[in-house]
Design a protein around this ligand. Structure first.
Ligand SMILES: *Cc1c(COP(=O)(O)O)cnc(C)c1O
Length: 401
């Protein structure tokens, strides 16, 4: 990949390194625009995007309806704070609750990690209100990722995300994912909540079995602990059902969602049942921006489009095609590919070698992929991809491998 020495792209890359805190290592091209499932850089190079802004851009780029609502709502009303009523947040909440009738209330935040923080606070307040002191422990799992703020980081298993910032929030226990004995041991009377990703994202694309999720539900009931599902990455159609826990007919007490909900605008939300809502009083929690009319107006359209049964059956069909294609790839490269993980349009390819190298090589052939840990390639395409895009991505992956 070559970029002209004096062009604006070079300036941007150099200035980024000089002026922006280096918490990410970015490749040396500058993305300028997107259309459908393709991104284009300032040199006009095309990239087939199997990252989708980390599972955010479910409807791809340049969606006409999203663009229209952004423009209209920007002129009508962007923000007034949560001190006042506005219609879009309430409409979106009604729409969200209609998709999962076991939830009764919605809390809006600005990001995934803030949705998790809200779940932590609501769970602790619930336990304190109804069961008294001492029920403050939260159980999370190995391989989990719940965000970067101090509460979410405490629930995130990967040491490098947590240990440099110790002490983080106390009273957290980790159990082993899909391990019944481990979770049975972890859930005791002091536990107020269990937080689980039905499909792990960042932590390596493992899928919780329906039997495991049901067992966790039963253990939570026995010990009066709340079950919190983190669907920030796996929710909103990515696994073929609107919510990933619906594959297991699970009834969680709280659900955190975020990434794709507002088509690229920052948003997070918690759906919770009435029992938990009963413990929360005005003033217990809050946010300046959360649920503002601009973001929630866009989210209504995104949710309506994705929850359409025809859209979800498209995701199911193209997921099956991706699944078959990945199995063919694994058969053809038995030494390179060690394991296929994930489900729906959320896939992991565990390779013999460095996933970061595959990601880098992808830039040269015009394919964007993510990673999950050192040796897993993570595929998170926009949900609008077609079998032709799958063929194109797999051909490029073959070129790389
Ligand atoms: C991305 C992610 C988060 C954190 O969301 P942010 O919006 O980055 O704060 C939490 N949980 C899961 C499963 C995620 O994928």
């Amino acid at each position: 990949m070559t970029i002209s020495d004096t062009g604006p792209a070079t300036t941007t890359v150099q200035d980024e390194q000089a002026y922006i805190l280096q918490t990410y290592i970015r490749p040396d091209f500058v993305l300028e625009r997107g259309e459908g499932v393709y991104l284009y850089d300032t040199e006009g190079r095309q990239y087939l995007d199997f990252v989708a802004g980390i599972a955010v851009n479910a409807l791809g780029y340049g969606d006409a309806e999203v663009a229209q609502i952004v423009a209209e709502q920007a002129t009508r009303l962007i923000h007034v704070s949560n001190l006042y009523h506005t219609a879009p947040a309430t409409s979106l909440a009604k729409q969200l609750l209609a998709t999962a009738p076991y939830f009764n209330r919605v809390y809006f935040s600005n990001s995934g990690t803030e949705a998790i923080e809200a779940c932590i606070k609501f769970s602790r307040k619930f336990a304190r209100t109804f069961y008294g002191e001492g029920k403050t422990t939260i159980v999370a799992f190995d391989g989990s990722f719940h965000g970067r703020t101090m509460g979410s980081v405490a629930l995130t298993a990967t040491d490098k995300y947590r240990l440099p910032f110790m002490p983080v929030m106390p009273d957290v226990r980790f159990a082993r994912y899909n391990d019944l004995d481990s979770i049975a041991e972890a859930i005791t009377a002091e536990v107020c909540a269990v937080v689980i990703e039905p499909v792990q994202g960042e932590g390596g694309l493992r899928v919780a079995s329906p039997a495991f999720l049901q067992a966790v539900r039963d253990l939570c009931d026995q010990h009066r602990a709340l079950l919190v599902v983190d669907e920030i990455q796996c929710g909103m159609g990515r696994t073929g059902t609107l919510w990933a826990h619906q594959h297991a007919q699970l009834r969680p007490d709280l659900m955190a969602i975020a990434k794709p909900l507002a088509g690229g605008m920052p948003i997070g939300a918690v759906l919770l049942n009435q029992c938990v809502a009963d413990a929360i009083q005005p003033g217990d929690h809050g946010t300046t921006f959360g649920g503002n009319p601009f973001v929630t107006a866009v989210a209504q359209a995104v949710l309506r489009r994705i929850s359409d049964p025809a859209f979800l059956s498209h995701v199911g069909a193209v997921s099956n095609y991706l699944d078959e294609s990945l199995h063919d790839l694994a058969t053809d490269y038995p030494e390179r590919i060690l394991e296929l993980r994930g489900c729906g349009l959320m896939r992991g390819i565990k390779i013999n070698g460095a996933a970061a190298e595959v990601r880098m090589r992808g830039h040269d052939v015009g394919l964007l992929v993510a990673t999950a840990g050192a040796d897993v390639i993570r595929l998170l395409p926009p949900l609008i991809i077609t079998p032709q895009h799958v063929d194109e991505a797999l051909a490029k992956l073959r070129q790389i491998l």
